[in-house]
Design a protein. Structure first.
Length: 347
């Protein structure tokens, strides 16, 4: 939702927003291994409602040539500077030419912060992954800063305001002839699996009006366990509202889809993905009422990506990253020692 907020601000500065998305190769070179593949990221960015078009395979350094290629007047970036691997400002050329604008970073969130929250889940008591020795050896380093203490509290520093929700909300009421479709879930770490599902649901009607019910954090933790949800209810609300297929969000929706809820929103159809439906606290089916009314439908998104899988990708990346760093450090140490020996031999 930090990225979405940046795109929302950028779109407000002009009439048509083209978003350049880097390839996996470019990201790996300048920042380290990406969590999502480029295809996933292209689709993800295209699903954000303020985006008119994407520029796949955009170069890491933004040049005037790129702006001219897409007929852009200027480019926009957050007020955090981005540098190339050799320490150069990636926007230097467009800044000099006066074709650069800046938007504010979203306070209280960063990719690094979210990764830190995920890495907290690797502690043994939060994980049901069978631990092998190699894995256990690394778990103590996860989520630790260079000084050995954890900079991650696991608690979000993001503060929700009504203004932020208004900025993200579509503000559109359902119109006569709209098919009102209700979907519910955690929508944690809003990702391509969610987007694929919502897109499929959107295709079920000619004039769909999709309402997403988001469960409170405690409820999500009840049925998902471990450290879930990784994002709190406020963050999940903004993430879902940024999706072009969603018209409205119910913040803290009841786990069971009740007759009251269906009548209140005049719901025509209730959809759920192919993931397991955990029974309610009393053991009952949360979709009993929509099934009784004959308005329940299972939707296959065709995607097998889950929040769990993303967390596993992060852990795998972290292990590879640590191993690479250790090799690099050992190499640097060997070079330093060799230089020291040469110095000593000279004297």
């Amino acid at each position: 939702y930090g990225h979405s907020n940046q795109l929302r601000q950028a779109r407000a500065m002009g009439d048509y927003l083209i978003v350049g998305v880097h390839t996996d190769e470019e990201i790996a070179k300048h920042k380290g291994p990406p969590v999502f593949t480029q295809e996933e990221r292209y689709k993800m960015v295209q699903a954000i409602k303020w985006v008119d078009e994407i520029a796949p395979g955009a170069p890491y350094v933004t040049t005037l040539e790129t702006l001219d290629k897409y007929n852009c007047d200027f480019c926009v970036h957050g007020d955090d500077i981005t540098l190339t691997i050799d320490g150069k400002d990636t926007y230097e050329e467009v800044k000099t030419a006066g074709r650069y604008r800046e938007c504010k970073r979203t306070q209280g969130v960063s990719t690094t912060d979210l990764v830190g929250r995920m890495l907290l889940m690797t502690k043994a008591h939060h994980s049901n992954i069978d631990e092998d020795l190699d894995y256990r050896k690394h778990t103590d380093n996860f989520g630790k800063g260079p000084k050995g203490h954890s900079p991650w509290t696991g608690v979000s520093q993001f503060l929700q305001t009504s203004q932020k929700i208004i900025q993200f909300a579509s503000g559109k009421e359902p119109q006569p002839g709209d098919t009102i479709i209700y979907v519910a879930g955690a929508f944690d770490l809003f990702h391509i699996g969610h987007v694929d599902f919502l897109e499929k649901v959107h295709q079920l009607a000619e004039k769909p009006y999709i309402i997403a019910g988001l469960h409170f954090d405690q409820e999500v933790n009840r049925y998902k366990g471990k450290n879930y949800p990784i994002m709190n209810i406020h963050e999940r609300t903004l993430s879902v509202l940024a999706c072009r297929y969603v018209s409205e969000v119910v913040i803290g929706a009841p786990y069971a889809v009740t007759a009251d809820l269906l009548d209140h929103f005049r719901v025509t159809l209730v959809c759920h993905g192919m993931t397991e439906v955990v029974p309610d606290k009393d053991g009952s089916d949360p979709y009993k009422e929509p099934k009784r009314r004959g308005i329940f439908q299972l939707v296959d998104s065709g995607s097998n990506l889950t929040t769990d899988l993303i967390v596993q990708r992060i852990i795998k990346n972290r292990l590879e990253f640590e191993a690479r760093n250790q090799k690099k450090e050992a190499k640097e140490l060997a070079v330093l020692e060799a230089m020291k020996r040469l110095e000593e031999e000279k004297h």
